[in-house]
Design a protein around this ligand. Sequence first.
Ligand SMILES: Cc1cc2nc3c(=O)[nH]c(=O)nc-3n(C[C@H](O)[C@H](O)[C@H](O)COP(=O)(O)OP(=O)(O)OC[C@H]3O[C@@H](n4cnc5c(N)ncnc54)[C@H](O)[C@@H]3O)c2cc1C
Length: 177
Amino acid sequence: MPIDRVLIVGGGLAGPSLALALARQNIRSSIFELRLTRTVAEGSISLAPNAPRALDHVVGVYDRLKAAAFSYRRFAMHADDGYLFGHLVQHDDEYDALRILRSTLHNIMLDACEEQPDLVQVRYGVRITHIEDRDDGVTLHFEDGTTARGITEERGRRGPGFSGAWVAAVSRTVGTA
Ligand SMILES: Cc1cc2nc3c(=O)[nH]c(=O)nc-3n(C[C@H](O)[C@H](O)[C@H](O)COP(=O)(O)OP(=O)(O)OC[C@H]3O[C@@H](n4cnc5c(N)ncnc54)[C@H](O)[C@@H]3O)c2cc1C
């Protein structure tokens, strides 16, 4: 199936990382995010070595990420009284684990999306109220009553993405997508 565009619902961590991975394959995508503007979460996130590996080879933001992150190869787990439960090794042959502010990780990926507007479109303030998922295609229903329809020519190219994103690859889009 020739993919015209991939429709991604949710601009959290998963949506932009998928859009960037697709852009590396020259596949266009639209991210629909309900928040009105770029909003990034507080706190930090730990990335086990499989994540840096994917962010390097698949998503392509590893160099920016590594420069902004704390790298580590193992960590110790202690009880409150100092008792050592043990160590957890967190590296493989190529990559260390990284700890990074969620906001930094998210901003790095959203910046990279915005740097390639021909391939990645991020639309804020767009709430999807429901998704019609049928054999011949998908229809996203937006809160303002408009829709974006994606025509698919084969099954199996859509479904839940990561924990919060929803994804459909379509061969033709009709409407606002
Ligand atoms: C307390 C906590 C600690 C964690 N720590 C780690 C960690 O250390 N390491 C790790 O790898 N993972 C960690 N995770 C898991 C990780 O945070 C999630 O897997 C990741 O954030 C999921 O990203 P996501 O984009 O799928 O979902 P989300 O970040 O939830 O993004 C979903 C996006 O969709 C948007 N949205 C929702 N509904 C709609 C709609 N109807 N229309 C349009 N947009 C919509 C939301 O506004 C949001 O921006 C942790 C999770 C929690 C809760």
